[in-house]
Every structure is written in structure tokens, then in C-alpha cells.
Design a binder for this molecule. Sequence first.
Ligand code: G3I
Length: 354
Amino acid sequence: MTGLSRRDALTGAAGLAAAALAGGAAAAPSRAPIPYGSAAQIQTFRADPRYRDALKRLCDVIVPMNDLKWEALRHDRARFDFSGADELVDFALKNGQALRGHALLWGMALPPWAKEMASRAEAERELTRHIETVVDRYKGKIATWDVVNEVIAFDPKPGEPYRDTIWQRLLGPGHVEIAFRTAARVDPQARLVLNDFNFEEAGPGVAARRKIALETVRRLKDKGIPIHGVGMQAHLYAENAIDSDGVRSFVADLGKLGVDVEITELDVIDWKLPADTAARDRTAASLVSTYLEAVVSGGQPKAIVTWGLTDRYSWVHDTFPRKDSAKARPLPLDEDYRPKPMMRVLDQYRRGRS
Ligand code: G3I
């Protein structure tokens, strides 16, 4: 089975319900299908026809991996380079797929000139102009924006909720509000998301990060600044356990504030697992299953997006190389685009349960 096509996903639900009833087993609570998607990298998209085919066949949602970042759009201060982003957006629209935009404000992947901004006025002017231009261009095309990415401090200290980025240094904590306010003004229909990582495991640092996300949502809401979701990147470390209770209550607490979650960059970092590939794939699938079960028990996510589709291409290879130089296996398809156990777990959430 090469991963469910979009049409299959929806017809599968009926079969499952019948099986559950025939078995007399207590029917598991029903659950609506959750759109599945992947990040797409332009160089690979242009070079590998199997990559394009898999994106078209398997995804309800597409997110340009790098082409909507400042580094790609603004390598020249005077103009915007939409070449890569336009190509991926057109591909998705042609295939009736939803689009996520990543990311309007991030402290990394900035062009050299942006790293040299020197005043509050300059930073606010450039940030506002950037968001106005990019969001306006894709109005009605990109439904969801990661308005801010990785703004929460990695290991938060009291009174220092946000990461030490050029935006925080020049604009203070208000950089988050400026970004959301501007995006909402330009496209009032767009779904606006705060995207970040490390919400999945146990520990005081992670608990503090969840608290800052909740406080940020509450503050924006109190100020009447639109925010609709929190993106949980979910780069999962296979050697670490999922804090299921923590994840469930985080998602539920966000729900009480009127925002929902989406899984935005799911993959599994297996650099510390024994080399056996079948065992690694089983471990990765069960970790993803444990994580997604915790999320959905807190609230229905808007989408589940993996940070790529096939083990052939992933940032994990360079960033988390294995000591035994065996290749990492972070994604739902193996190097030859064959579905792994992780894909079957994702299919279950995509199908839903009636
Ligand atoms: O496009 C240029 C190319 O013209 C140039 O020849 C080449 C060599 O320098 O670099 C290319 O740009 C690279 C880009 O990926 C496209 O391949 C950048 O150097 C490289 O830094 C960039 O890496 C991306 C990284 O974010 C930084 O933007 C990774 O592919 C991408 O997987 C990674 O994704 C991030 C999410 O955005 C946020 N969360 C964590 C995640 C993993 O780090």
C-alpha cells in the first residue's frame, strides 16, 4: 500500500466502523478525519518527480519548507523573490490542497541586511512592510500563517519569556503583537498561528514553554488581537517519552482560550536508537501514535503536517547524524517512497473514526 490517496482516506472510515461493531468491542469514540500534509522543499520538488507525485497523491495540506522565509524572499532588500513560493502555491492550488505559510517572523533564516537592523523604527517598518507584502500576495490562497515561529525562549527564565532574537532586541515582547496585528489587518480571513517546538516532553522547561504559549494567547486575546491557533512542531526525540498528560491538558487549556492546535513539523529523531531499521520504524510509529493520541484527547487538531515525506530528504540527517552513520528514518515513507508503520498511524488519524 503506498499510503492512502486522499479519496481512500474518506471511504476508509465506514469500513472501520463496521469492523468495530462486528467485533462487539466497545466502539472507540468517533473522531473526525484530520487533514494530513507535508512540508515541500523547492529544490527537491523541482528535481524529483516521485517527490512531486507523492506530495500530490498523499497530502491534503502543503507548506513551503523554506521559500516563505525571509532568507528566500528577501535575499535582496529592495525586492521580494516569490519564485519558489509561487511554484509550490500554484502546485497546491492546482491539486485542491490547503496551504500553510511558514513563517512571517522568525529570528533565524534572515538575510544579512535584516540581521543588521539597528533601530526600533527600522525593525517595525521592515516587519510591517514584509508582512503586508507577503500576506497580501497570498490572500485567499494561503489559509493559515505561522505568524511567529520559535519566539518562546528555549529555557525560559522568569520575566524573559521570549527568545533573544533581533526582533526581541529591537521591538521587545511587542514584536509578537505587531506581527499578529499586521497579519490580521491585511487578511482578516486568514488563520493566524503561533508556531513553536518542545511542547511534547515532561520537565520544568517544557512546562514553562507551554505556560508562555498560553499567556501569549491570553494576552493577545485580551488586547483584541486575532490569534486562532498554536502550532506544535513535534520534532520528537525517539529516546524520550511523551508527556501525554501534559500534552493533553495543554491542548485542552488552549481550547478553553478558544484556540486550537495543529501539528506542523512532525518527524522522529532516531539518532540514539539501535540500528535495526524495522525496530526503529516500529518505535517511531508507536511514539507518533502515543503523541497524537495525547493531542486528540485534549482537542481535535486542525491538521497533521510532517516535515517532509520520505527519509530520502530530511534536515535530521545533517542535524542529528547517527554515530553508526546509518541513515535516520524520521518520516512516514522510506527512501524508496514505501510507506512505513508511521504512515499507517497517520492514515488512521486522516481517516477519522465514525
Ligand atoms: O536556497 C539556498 C541555496 O541557494 C544555497 O545554494 C544553499 C547553500 O547555502 O542554501 C540554500 O538555503 C538553505 C535552505 O535550507 C534551502 O535548502 C539554507 O542554507 C538552510 O539553512 C535551510 O535549512 C532549513 C532550515 O529550516 C533553516 O531555514 C531546512 O531546510 C528546514 O528543514 C529547517 O526547518 C526548520 C523550520 O523552519 C522551523 N523549525 C525547525 C525546522 C528544522 O530546523
